[in-house]
Design a protein around this ligand. Structure first.
Ligand code: SF4
Length: 112
């Protein structure tokens, strides 16, 4: 049986990886081991890089769409993304065809 994936997110639009702020950083920074002790500062350091990144939104959208469970993506931790992904999936279902950014809708829904 062939597996067909209907791509609903065009995360390569604009080639966001080319402007990723993490391109010139140590990749391990974005993959802390655990969430306590030294990992806390590592997570915050990675998020500081993300806050300067032009690709933060497409990066987060990619991580949500592809269910990236590990690491820091789009300025979010693993735990934050787990919560955000539920809202993102719900927003995606309800916003189909609205033309809005599903990630923005989900982030806004979480912040309410
Ligand atoms: S948002 Fe963070 S993880 Fe994503 S591309 Fe930018 S710096 Fe890298």
């Amino acid at each position: 049986m062939a597996l067909i994936w209907n791509r609903t997110v065009d995360w390569d639009a604009g080639d966001w990886r080319r402007v990723a702020a993490c391109r010139d950083t140590e990749p391990d920074l974005f993959f802390p081991v655990g969430t306590t002790g030294p990992a806390v500062e590592q997570i915050e350091a990675a998020k500081r890089v993300c806050r300067t990144c032009e690709a933060q939104e497409p990066c987060l959208e990619f991580a949500l769409a592809t269910n990236q469970e590990s690491g820091i993506w789009g300025g979010t931790s693993e735990e934050e993304r787990r919560k955000l992904r539920r809202a993102w999936l719900a927003a995606r279902r309800s916003a189909a065809g609205s033309g809005g950014s599903v990630t923005s809708i989900a982030v806004n829904a979480l912040q309410r």
